[in-house]
Design a protein around this ligand. Sequence first.
Ligand SMILES: C[S@@+](CC[C@H](N)C(=O)[O-])C[C@H]1O[C@@H](n2cnc3c(N)ncnc32)[C@H](O)[C@@H]1O
Length: 304
Amino acid sequence: MVLPPVGDWRSRSGSRSDPASGQPTGGGVALQDGEKRSFVQRLFTSIAPRYDRFNRLASCGLDQRWRSEAIRLGDVRPGQRVLDVCAGTGDLAILCARRQEGQGIVVGMDLNAQMLSWARRKQRQQRPFDAAHGLRPWALAQGRPERGEAESKDDEVGATGSARGDPHLDVAWLLGDAEALPFAEATFDRVTIGFSTRNLSDLTGGLREMVRVLRPNGRLIILETGRPSHPLMWMGYQLFLWTFVRAMGLMVTGQLWPFTYFARSVRAFLTPQQLTERLQRLATQVQYVPLSHGLASLFLATKS
Ligand SMILES: C[S@@+](CC[C@H](N)C(=O)[O-])C[C@H]1O[C@@H](n2cnc3c(N)ncnc32)[C@H](O)[C@@H]1O
């Protein structure tokens, strides 16, 4: 079944189940906004412990290179305030923090507590944990969170400090919705989102939020699974997603339905030109950069 035009994922029918697993396939049918959100959250909760391993294998090790390239071309620099939405297990946020060399602020935000707990774990493994001097995302957010809103004690103080050890991994992890950001206008120099625009329930609303919290001349950096422009390469890429990537997903996680959704959502997502036009409508100047011959897409949208 062909997906509806993606972006604003409006309702047309209910969700279907994978006959093998009984799990919803989601990616192949139209879902209500709320339905899509809970479907996506179930999906990432179920694969969180294996997400990184799957990424490395399925991208043949290219995913971290794409993230580094996005940060370099997006001109993430020391001294900036950076927000990584849909941060997942934290790779993009951690790379931003490394590039900042301890100077600046990086907030990694995600809706999924499981994914964020892996982000924190990864960060702790890479440097000594010192919460006492951690960043306080609430200092940037509008108002203090309600009690219980923070995922854990770690969230209340940010994830790490910089008083000793490697100072390059300061990231404040925050549970939150990319489509309703708890930050004032013009708070950040850079907003990044990696491999997640496909997963938003309301793409235009989410992008508008990301642009809202950017300072003038600030930049939204979107890294997304690509869409090679050559028709043969695009067909080959889809074949790769439907065979190798799904097999890899099954092998690594024991589940097929999340990767069926993945393959379908890539096929149904906006073309680079369509996403560029949508970003231009949000008062940004947009540059599209295909990475690895279009296997990944990078969009650099600068706020006017
Ligand atoms: C494919 S993972 C991407 C993780 C990471 N950015 C990376 O580069 O690997 C997608 C993440 O987006 C999160 N997500 C989906 N919708 C979201 C929303 N509306 N707000 C915040 N996070 C969301 C999911 O929970 C999941 O962790």
